[in-house]
Design a protein around this ligand. Structure first.
Ligand SMILES: [Fe+2]
Length: 345
């Protein structure tokens, strides 16, 4: 008797344009869900129950920056085990998979392909002629590489050495699409992907990726720290102060406990021209060298000029396991000066 094809239900989140996939072995009823979204937990649970799926795994391609995962909740409520790439840095993984390792889903083997680049912990999953490519390879695109320890050169190598070597008819199911497309194939992407298809050289790809100048995802300050702890036990007040402003910073700065640090991550020149009194200058890009030191503080307040660099840095730090950083996300030093607060030079 031949094994029937693995059943795939492709589910969509309109808010973040995320695809969630429910995989089911039609013979055993065992299933796995890939990249589930917290707000759509009830929808997904209903389908799982209606189809009588025994959900063995909640699998993540990476720590997402644009939505919070429901993996933790699925583990709590239906006993699914959490599967991540081993190098994702996520807390509380049940099954960390290294490159090439597999998990058994009914008659099928789901194989992990470690594909760093969009983040340093991205993993794609291959099963039954299908590739669940996360944000590593999108339809006619690829994930950005400008935060979460992304690296364009690494992404190029991951896609060309790990994914483009799969057979051309491999079906590609990405974690997102913003244009209504639902799947692709390796052959199509090798030929038509405008970023690195058609044999585009590595350096051209790196230059292209490093000059995209994209806005930060709307929910990054909330989603990344939450997803590092698999979306559960997430204390919003502790990790997330939405729209924390320079005025709010001024409020806490006036009576700052010793255990708290104000961190300015602009360039040394900008810092020298005027900063919040008492602030430490740790320019963006150097924060990884200060992780142990930052860990000593109970809380770190982070600002820059517009909020953009501070958000990027906060995300990087949360990837190093720091979840006590509060970031001024949509303002910065000019607003402090405009308000007439004291400035140190
Ligand atoms: Fe992503």
């Amino acid at each position: 008797m031949t094994t029937p094809r693995l059943t795939v239900k492709q589910l969509f989140d309109r808010e973040s344009c995320t695809y969630t996939y429910l995989l089911i072995d039609p013979q055993t009823g065992e299933g796995a869900i890939i990249d589930p979204v917290l707000e759509l937990f009830e929808r997904d649970l209903q389908i799982i129950n209606e189809l009588g799926v025994e959900l063995l795994y909640a699998i993540e391609t990476h720590a997402h920056a644009d939505h919070i995962t429901s993996s933790g909740k699925l583990r709590e409520q239906v006993g699914a085990r959490l599967v991540y790439g081993r190098d994702s840095g996520i807390e509380a993984i049940d099954i960390p998979l290294a490159d090439g390792e597999t998990i058994t889903l009914g008659h099928y083997q789901v194989r992990a392909l470690f594909t760093p680049g969009h983040t340093n912990g991205c993993t794609c999953y291959f099963v039954d002629g299908m590739l669940f490519s996360g944000d590593t390879l999108l339809i006619r695109g690829c994930g950005r590489t400008d935060f979460q320890n992304g690296d364009a050169g690494q992404l190029y190598d991951s896609i060309t050495h790990k994914l483009f070597v799969l057979s051309d008819d491999t079906i590609v199911y990405p974690a997102h699409d913003y244009n209504g497309r639902t799947s692709s194939t390796i052959g199509e992407e090798k030929r038509w992907n405008p970023r690195l298809g058609g044999g585009r050289p590595r350096q051209e790809f790196v230059d292209l990726m490093n000059n995209l100048n994209l806005d930060m995802p709307k929910r990054i300050n909330e989603a990344v720290p939450a997803n590092m702890s698999v979306g559960i036990n997430f204390d919003a007040n502790r990790y997330l102060l939405r729209d924390f402003s320079m005025d709010d910073l001024h409020g806490v700065w006036q009576d700052l406990p010793k255990s708290t640090l104000v961190m300015d991550n602009r360039t040394p020149d900008e810092f020298a021209r005027g900063h919040v009194p008492g602030a430490r200058n740790i320019p963006m890009g150097t924060e990884n060298g200060h992780v142990d030191e930052l860990r000593q503080f109970e809380r770190v307040y982070l600002y820059c000029r517009s909020g953009r660099r501070a958000q990027t840095t906060m995300t990087n730090l949360s990837f190093q396991g720091l979840n006590h950083v509060v970031c001024v996300s949509h303002s910065g030093m000019p607003d402090w000066e405009k308000a007439g607060y004291p400035v140190e030079t």
